[in-house]
Design a protein around this ligand. Structure first.
Ligand code: SF4
Ligand code: SF4
Length: 259
């Protein structure tokens, strides 16, 4: 009897540090089951073997920063049935999107000895600004358990069970004492999407939102609380300008406090 074809999985990299795609290799306990369930067809971090597309699932890491990236992502979209973006770079432009608030040519002239060799766009943008995306998996890096859940859902034709509510919910479920209420430590938890199990507040630190904005975050209300805590407008700008600075709600909130 002919063997059923395994779905083809491809992993693609744009401007990024590789940490999110390495989360797939970090799935030690589940990796063999994943390799059983899919044909890992394109994953240069794991293997030199490449199988030609089309692909059933493409995981895309990184942001679009060059004219070449802009062309390549359209080709990948055309060859992918499901295309999922993974991590803060792919879903929000990443830490490299801090340049979007300044003149990129100024950075190039300072950083590179021969700026004429640099071909870059003036903004670092998320993948969804260029093509349609089937799902966005947040985090810097992503949570490997959420990645396994996502792959499982796609392979079984169901909706991924990945929450869009705030980090505060995970934090309260863990029984943490709120660092904002108890110590006056600023925390972005109320506007951050859950996913990390509230690591930072569990160690008495405020969250700096590596998972990016939750669904419909009330950033204005949180900034009002920060102002009542005597946190300056400049500090509020810096708080919203982290890994997810160019995610729309955070971008707008930081711009509202810029002098
Ligand atoms: S510590 Fe942060 S994440 Fe936890 S409940 Fe307080 S504001 Fe929310
Ligand atoms: S608590 Fe916030 S900053 Fe810390 S890991 Fe979680 S999302 Fe990232």
């Amino acid at each position: 009897m002919a063997q059923k074809r395994k779905p083809k999985l491809a992993v693609w990299k744009f401007a990024s540090c590789d940490g999110c795609q390495l989360s797939l290799l970090d799935c030690e306990d589940e990796l063999l089951a994943i390799a059983e369930a899919v044909d890992i067809a394109n994953f240069p971090e794991a293997s030199r073997a490449i199988t030609r597309g089309p692909y059933d699932i493409s995981l895309v890491e990184g942001s679009i920063t060059t004219p070449h990236d802009e062309e390549r992502i359209h080709k990948i979209r055309r060859r992918s049935k499901y295309l999922v973006t993974i991590g803060a770079c792919a879903t929000a432009g990443g830490i490299q999107a801090l340049r979007n608030f300044k003149d990129v040519n100024e950075f190039i002239s300072i950083v590179y000895a021969n700026p004429e060799y640099i071909k870059t766009l003036n903004k670092s943008t998320p993948i969804a600004d260029h093509i349609s995306v089937d799902f966005e998996l947040r985090g810097c890096p992503i949570n490997k358990r959420q990645l396994v859940e996502l792959l499982n859902a796609l392979l079984n034709g169901r909706k991924p069970n990945i929450p869009s509510y705030s980090l505060c919910i995970q934090c309260k479920r863990k029984g943490n004492i709120c660092v904002m209420v108890a110590h006056g430590t600023p925390c972005l938890g109320p506007v951050t999407q859950a996913g990390c199990e509230a690591i930072c507040p569990s160690y008495n630190r405020g969250c700096y939102s590596c998972f990016g904005p939750k669904e419909t975050p009330n950033t204005k209300s949180l900034s009002d609380v920060y102002s009542q805590m005597n946190i300056s407008g400049d500090e509020i700008v810096r708080m919203f300008r982290g890994f997810n600075a160019y995610a729309e709600p955070f971008r707008k909130e930081s711009e509202a406090h810029e002098k």
